[in-house]
Write a protein that binds this ligand. Structure first.
Ligand SMILES: Nc1ncnc2c1ncn2[C@@H]1O[C@H](COP(=O)(O)OP(=O)(O)O)[C@@H](O)[C@H]1O
Ligand SMILES: [Mg+2]
Length: 229
């Protein structure tokens, strides 16, 4: 469904992705792992269109999309939950969800009640300013915002960062249930390898802006997981 071909991208003169290639099957859940600073976030931002591609191509269903800006990619069904969770801290959870639904995008926006079926924990938090949420709650809101429409591709960056284990389990359950019901393809960058092992079919190891190895879910739990093959 989606291919990155020899991608080069970064921040001005700082080149981060250095000829990085990957492919993602339709409905696949793909993990991205690597220690801090290796380029996971840069890869997700480049796929979403938030960083310009300076070399290489991004191909969706056979068509090149690397020149499309992020909003055009969201019309194609790409949805991104950024590291740390985004949203407007001064607005309530409900307002943040409503606003996400008002952004033009792919397909219809779900009514809030339907979004809450996926994320029941958010229901009692609807009136709370999102700036007053805990880390785990903020991540759930980021995921809920990304799921307000029914994306074809979810790009998830460090959803479990600073989240207690019970909430991590809840997020994993939620993602599996979304995948079962909507067949959403996902690229999940995460440091929590046991979380990833419950979700992905395989994970790619990013090292200095390149893919250096591929891991099965079982291999994710072994030693030396970040080393090149
Ligand atoms: N806004 C930025 N400007 C310049 N360099 C950046 C910026 N964001 C990240 N980097 C650098 O890009 C490299 C990869 O970062 P990142 O993709 O965030 O890694 P990861 O998500 O794997 O921790 C790091 O060396 C980081 O310092
Ligand atoms: Mg990151």
């Amino acid at each position: 469904m989606l291919k990155g071909e020899r991608l080069i991208s970064g921040y001005g003169k700082t080149q981060v992705l250095r000829s990085l290639s990957f492919d993602l099957g339709a409905h696949e859940i793909l993990g991205i792992i690597g220690i801090n600073g290796m380029g996971k976030t840069t890869l997700l931002k480049t796929v979403m269109g938030l960083l310009p591609v300076e070399g290489g191509r991004i191909v969706l269903d056979g068509g090149a999309i690397e020149v499309l800006p992020a909003y055009r990619r969201s019309h194609l069904g790409f949805s991104y939950a950024p590291q740390g969770g985004a949203g407007f801290p001064g607005l309530t959870v409900k307002e943040n969800l409503l606003l996400a639904g008002m952004m033009p995008g792919f397909g219809r926006a779900k009514p809030i009640a339907e979004v809450l079926c996926l994320f029941p924990r958010l229901e009692k938090l609807l009136p709370r300013p999102s700036g007053a949420l805990s880390g785990g709650e903020r991540q759930l809101l980021a995921l809920a915002r990304a799921m307000v429409r029914s994306p074809r591709l979810l790009l998830l960056d460090e959803l479990t960062e600073g989240v207690q284990p019970s909430v991590t389990d809840e997020i994993a359950e939620c993602l599996l249930s979304i995948h079962r019901s909507e067949k959403t393809a996902m690229i999940i960058a995460d440091q929590d390898l046991s979380f990833l092992a419950t979700l992905v079919g395989r994970a790619l190891v990013v090292q200095k802006g390149q893919i250096v190895a591929q891991r099965t879910p079982t291999e994710l739990l072994a030693d030396n997981v970040f080393e090149a093959d």
